[in-house]
Design a protein around this ligand. Structure first.
Ligand code: MN
Ligand code: MN
Length: 343
């Protein structure tokens, strides 16, 4: 996290594209420009109109795109997810009224662009992701990665575990993503959390997976994540919980220690998020998902992602990308609330 002293080194007017921030003593170095000076749709599309920078210096949360989708098994297109989420995110304002958090007033948030990936080579891409993220994680910044199909999380977890040790996982997803092999492939978007367990990146006893639903290959499949040591709240159970009850379940499970939050957009119903790789009927409304994420306030996550947004399958008005951008805003809000306003 950047220090107040670091923030005083702020160079207002860092980019002609992004306008100037109000140069007060206490302002974080990076954040969106003042929309009362330049409209929110103007400029090159970065996440929430935050500046595009190369270094995580003085960055509290680095937003990165991971434009990779050749580990999907059904609909492709998530390689364009980062671009769509960035475009939808321009409508974000600095303040979260539900959580009473001035997100972009407290956090220094920058867009660090897209990671390099290798289309068609999932295993190599996971290694590339880990290699590129680890120095950012070591810098002390948290990362918020925009997928990309869900295999990208394996690279993220490698980077985080290398710095912090095994992580607890809070997953919101229609799928547990703990399958083993699919048409001969071990690295695909249905297997990242099994691979992560095998590599010792996750502590399943501190992990809670929620939102699972949909048809399976056989009667034993539903028990697969719990057999591996994870706790599961199916979608049917989740919708019967209040957000507060869900938050209490998570807190009771994760205890103390490093945590990662992964949000697969397919936890939403396809009516609300059609633009995704593996849609499952009977999911959450966008409003419900926002409520469940907000209920995690107070938990300090080391890293976050929002994955599986596939713009070619999105609907008019891009509801999937809009939902993803707003979920990302709620994740940034959690980061503010977990760390107070000390900067
Ligand atoms: Mn997933
Ligand atoms: Mn999923």
């Amino acid at each position: 996290m950047s220090t107040r002293a670091g923030r005083r080194l702020a160079r207002p007017g860092h980019s002609r594209w992004y306008g100037r921030r109000v140069p007060t003593e206490d302002a974080p170095r990076y954040g969106p420009p003042d929309a009362l000076r330049s409209p929110r749709y103007a400029g090159v599309k970065t996440f929430a109109r935050c500046p595009l920078v190369e270094s995580p210096e003085d960055v509290d949360v680095a937003v990165l795109g991971i434009p990779f989708d050749t580990a999907t098994t059904n609909r492709p297109g998530a390689r364009f997810g980062p671009e769509a989420i960035r475009s939808a995110s321009i409508v974000l304002r600095p303040y979260n009224p539900v959580q009473d958090a001035l997100v972009f007033g407290e956090l220094s948030v920058a867009d660090l662009g897209d990671l390099s990936v290798t289309p068609g080579n999932a295993e190599k891409t996971v290694g590339q992701i880990a290699e590129q993220l680890e120095p950012i994680v070591r810098s002390g910044a948290r990362t918020l990665c925009l997928g990309g199909d869900h295999l990208v999380v394996l690279g993220e977890l490698r980077a985080y575990a290398a710095v912090h040790g095994p992580l607890g996982l809070v997953l919101l997803d229609a799928h547990a993503d703990v399958w083993d092999v699919y048409v001969g492939e071990r690295y695909y978007h249905g297997s990242p959390f099994r691979r992560a367990l095998e590599e010792g990146l996750l502590d399943p006893s501190r992990s809670l997976l929620a939102g699972m639903r949909g048809s399976l290959y056989g009667p034993g499949d539903a028990a697969m994540p719990t057999d591996l040591g994870f706790e599961v709240i199916t979608c049917e159970e989740l919708v019967a919980l209040t957000p507060e009850a869900y938050g209490a379940r998570v807190r009771a499970r994760v205890g103390d220690g490093p945590l990662f939050l992964s949000f697969d957009i397919d936890v939403l119903d396809p009516a609300f998020a059609p633009g995704t790789g593996t849609p499952e009927a009977g999911g959450l409304q966008t409003r419900e998902a926002l409520g469940f994420v907000r209920a995690l306030r107070g938990l300090a996550f080391s890293g976050y992602d929002v994955v599986e947004v596939s713009p070619p399958y999105d609907g008019p008005g891009q509801p999937t990308a809009v939902a993803a951008a707003n979920i990302a805003f709620e994740l940034l809000t959690l980061d503010v609330l977990a760390r107070g306003d000390s900067g």
